[in-house]
Write a protein that binds this ligand. Structure first.
Ligand SMILES: [Zn+2]
Length: 80
């Protein structure tokens, strides 16, 4: 079991990762790609509109905050 998890973590660490956002319904997710060009024509699983990708560096993270008054707030920062 540990080696299976370890191999998944290793293969994910070799991928490009992006923040995926649907600008229509605000569905979002972390998205792992084999190459930096694998993200073309990915559609939102909720509304079928094209998803926008924000590439992240391996040491970068994001936080999402949704407030009724201010709306969607994204914060990107480097891991320490
Ligand atoms: Zn959507």
């Amino acid at each position: 079991m540990y080696s299976a998890v370890s191999s998944i973590v290793k293969s994910l660490s070799e991928c490009y990762h992006s923040f995926a956002l649907c600008e229509s319904c605000f569905w979002c997710a972390s998205y792992f790609l084999k190459t930096c060009t694998d993200n073309e024509n990915v559609v939102c699983p909720l509304c079928n509109k094209l998803v926008t990708f924000i590439p992240l560096e391996k040491n970068e993270r994001y936080l999402i905050n949704i407030e009724p008054k201010s709306g969607l707030e994204l914060e990107f920062s480097k891991l320490k």
